[in-house]
Unconditional design. Structure first.
Length: 114
């Protein structure tokens, strides 16, 4: 299983980015999957996820600004990030639980700076 994340980059505060994560396997609405991030010197933290029941879950720090979505026909997960703040700067990782195992993408760097 491979997860290929893309869409990171440098953006000014208040800007937007959309991250994508393409899976090499078929994803369905029952898969637990989502986005995590890790800032320098900090632990990896949850950003947004789809639960196995199809519900969404967001970190308090991104609620109202980030939106997780997926296209099962393309086996792709997305993260729309609006109103970005410098504290959103981190490496963003996509995650998928499938075949009773955990899989992580390599990460994509998001830098929010003026």
């Amino acid at each position: 299983v491979q997860l290929q994340a893309s869409g990171g980059g440098l953006v000014q505060p208040g800007g937007s980015l959309r991250l994508s994560c393409a899976a090499s396997v078929r994803i369905t609405s029952i898969n637990f999957m989502g986005w995590y991030r890790q800032a320098p010197g900090k632990q990896r933290e949850l950003v947004a996820t789809f639960t196995s029941g199809g519900f969404t879950n967001y970190a308090d720090s991104v609620k109202g600004r980030f939106t997780i979505s997926r296209d099962n026909t393309k086996n792709t997960l997305y993260l729309q990030m609006n109103s970005l703040k410098p504290e959103d700067t981190a490496v963003y990782y996509c995650y998928l639980f499938v075949y009773d195992d955990d899989y992580w993408g390599k990460g994509t760097q998001v830098t929010v700076s003026s």
